[in-house]
Design a protein around this ligand. Structure first.
Ligand code: SF4
Length: 691
């Protein structure tokens, strides 16, 4: 029984894309009691350990409290003028593509909107990318290819009525715990079947009916095999295909060799397990396929996404209660960033760079210089900085010195970039160490604005405390710099509500039903209504009418084929996988402040199969070196028969601020998916040796 909190501030959790509503009650100057918000539709009062202990992470320890130029305290006026001058001078000398912003799924939608508008509509470059590129850009690319728009066609309520939930590349129990709790509640009430598809036997497998520990990177083969089986079993929805889906010539012919036997071999799975999955899928039309980083963080991520969507389109399992492909996001506001267009590959408000969209956005913003083309995606952006083509960078609310692949190159890029500004709430991060100017931003308990979660609920984040020190909201900082660069009227916002209204108006401007993303109902929202805003979901039940956002209103089946991934190399005979621990978040800048969260797993461990360990002379608890073509780091070995033979798993959280070892960020290769630009963090050839 969840007890509803009756007082306190209703806001939204700072961590993952589940987007749980919380009620925070101030306790003293800088602490708060945290309860789940029983009235929030994303969580109905449930919280996980990270959300529950947010109150331990909001003290002033480690905060950046004043602007700094060259390591010395400066006034806001001086800091803003300095950043504006550096950007203006660089643009004047080298053109708009010589500058860039690298932003974050931790920003609120209003922050994201102002940053995107400044770069794409006024500076005239699309060199604004986000750490969400590392998290779900393959899902974005897959949605656009299949649906014509980046729309997640599912809602959490679908879990409550699904007959079968397939979790692919997702340790949901640890990474999206409240969604997992909801799935388990549905299973207890309705007997919902659960299938987990993941090379590792994770905690999510504990309550599953079936676990398929497939060979890493063989997801396209698995989904193509499933699709071929659906056709053979007569469960393809021909009427839906004919009315609502474009099927390219030769699509079905290409699946002819995808027999269960061939699929089992390609995926290195027992044939009987594979058949059991196919039979479950065929017998349960109300199917949700939820996928996460195991699908997205691959150099074949977009094809893997489309392989999943193809199965749902072909069987008509979309746009109906309990039936959809469901991409779940990692960060609290990755979705809000997608909505404003905060990726280098999108323009604004779910529009791409097509000439008519550029014209629409240009007129809406009265833009002097709308960007003519997509900008540099994250990995290419830092390469361009390293090569001297991008000469001024503004990093907001993220730590790319740790989180991007090829951390050595990223650090070189930051060290050699002529001008680096960093807005952050934390004073000393791996990235702020490279900053020429540090701009103190408000933190989670001080911010005021909106976020959008994985199933499209827009929720308010509200302040519990006033800004610490001289910290300011990110949207305000960006708008001040824009004004100092000469665009005074276009960035004269009074409040977050003011920014949100403009964002809502742009979503509706000349839309005429072309895009599902439409916030016209909020275009004239008053400040008071914005302050009191309840969670509001856009998009209704997407595609329930069988119409998609393409010019012909049909979805598209996208032909995808399995290619052999290079999971091992000479001298690197194993394959490295990575992921999160239950109680830590990203590089631990926030969760590391909570004593209770730090008790769960205190050390970065390398999980290896006991037989591999024996062959390598490694005992449980030994220190081991994990090496890849990109680098090496030391971990403590833990033996687990939940690992496949020949594979090793390490956690992503540790950086050189906490530990000399455990540096998973040094290990992945800087290879990206060709469609989305998302780095392939999984499937890295590796070697493990006793230290
Ligand atoms: Fe926060 Fe995600 Fe946990 Fe919900 S599931 S409390 S949003 S970390």
């Amino acid at each position: 029984m969840i007890e509803a909190a009756t007082d306190g501030v209703r806001t939204t959790c700072a961590y993952c894309g589940v987007g749980c509503g919380i009620v925070a009650t101030r306790q003293g100057d800088r602490a708060a009691r945290i309860q789940g918000d029983a009235a929030h539709p994303a969580n109905h009062g449930r919280l996980c350990s990270k959300g529950t202990h947010l109150g331990e992470t909001i003290g002033l320890e480690g905060r950046l409290l004043h602007p700094e130029i060259g390591g010395k305290r400066a006034s806001w006026n001086k800091a803003i003028a300095h950043v504006a001058r550096k950007f203006a001078d660089t643009i004047a000398e080298h053109g708009p593509d010589s500058v860039a912003f690298y932003v974050s799924g931790q920003l609120l939608t209003e922050d994201y909107y102002v940053a995107n508008k400044l770069m794409k509509g006024f500076i005239g470059s699309a060199n604004i990318d986000t750490n969400s590129r590392l998290c779900m850009s393959s899902a974005v690319a897959g949605h656009i290819r299949a649906f014509g728009e980046d729309v997640v066609p599912a809602s959490y309520e679908d879990f409550d009525v699904a007959q079968l939930i397939v979790l692919v590349g997702s340790n949901t129990a640890w990474c999206h715990p409240v969604v997992y709790q909801r799935i388990m509640a549905a299973r207890a009430a309705n007997g919902t079947k659960i299938v987990v598809i993941d090379p590792r036997r994770t905690e999510t497998c504990q309550d599953a009916d079936l676990h398929l520990p497939l060979k890493p990177g063989s997801d396209v083969a698995l989904m193509n095999g499933l699709l071929a089986h659906c056709r053979a079993a007569g469960i393809v929805d021909e009427a839906f295909l004919s009315a609502s889906v474009s099927t390219p010539e030769g699509f079905w012919d290409a699946l002819e060799g995808c027999t269960p036997e061939a699929t089992a071999e390609a995926c290195d799975l027992p044939l009987e397990s594979l058949r059991a999955f196919f039979d479950l899928f065929a017998a349960n039309p109300r199917t949700i396929t939820l996928f996460s980083q195991g699908i997205n963080q691959s150099i074949r991520g977009t094809d893997q996404v489309n392989a999943i969507i193809n199965v749902h389109l072909a069987t008509g399992r979309i746009g109906k209660p309990g039936a959809a492909p469901f991409s779940i996001t990692g960060q609290p506001n990755a979705m809000g960033g997608r909505e404003v267009g905060g990726l280098a590959s999108t323009l604004a408000s779910h529009m791409d760079f097509a000439p008519e969209n550029r014209d629409t956005v240009k007129r809406f913003w009265s833009s002097p210089a709308i960007s003519p083309k997509p900008g540099l995606k994250a990995v290419d952006l830092f390469r361009s900085i390293r090569e001297g083509r991008v000469k001024a960078l503004w990093v907001m609310a993220t730590n790319p010195a740790v989180s991007l692949p090829d951390a050595g190159l990223v650090r070189d890029a930051l060290a050699t970039c002529p001008f680096v500004a960093v807005s952050d709430c934390i004073a000393d991060t791996d990235t702020t160490r490279f900053a020429h100017v540090k701009l103190p931003a408000t933190g989670w308990s001080e911010k005021d604005g909106t976020v959008t979660n994985s199933d499209r609920w827009i929720s308010r984040q509200r302040a519990i405390f006033p800004p610490a020190g001289e910290a300011r909201h990110d949207w305000w900082i960006i708008a001040q710099v824009a004004q100092a660069m000469g665009w005074r009227d276009a960035f004269a916002y009074d409040s977050a509500a003011d920014v949100y209204r403009e964002h809502a108006r742009l979503s509706a401007y000349e839309n005429h039903g072309k895009r599902l993303f439409d916030l016209s109902h909020h275009a004239a929202i008053t400040n008071a209504a914005y302050d009191a805003m309840e969670p509001a979901r856009w998009g209704g039940a997407p595609f329930a009418d069988g119409r998609f956002s393409t010019p012909d209103r049909k979805a598209r089946l996208v032909p995808v084929t399995q290619i052999a991934l290079q999971n091992t190399l000479p001298h690197y005979p194993m394959t490295l996988n990575n992921g999160r621990y239950r109680d830590q978040w990203h590089t631990m800048t926030r969760t590391g402040l909570s004593p209770r969260l730090s008790q769960h797993l205190r050390e970065p461990m390398a999980e290896i199969h006991p037989m591999d360990a024996r062959a390598l002379g490694i005992a449980d608890g030994d220190l081991v070196t994990v090496s890849t073509p990109s680098g090496s780091s030391v971990f403590r070995a833990t033996l687990s028969d939940g690992q496949r033979r020949g594979e090793v798993f390490t956690p992503i959280h540790w950086t050189d601020r906490q530990s000399t070892g455990g540096r998973t960020g040094l290990l992945p290769r800087p290879l990206v998916d060709p469609h989305s630009g998302q780095p392939g963090f999984k499937n890295t050839p590796a070697r493990v040796e006793k230290f």
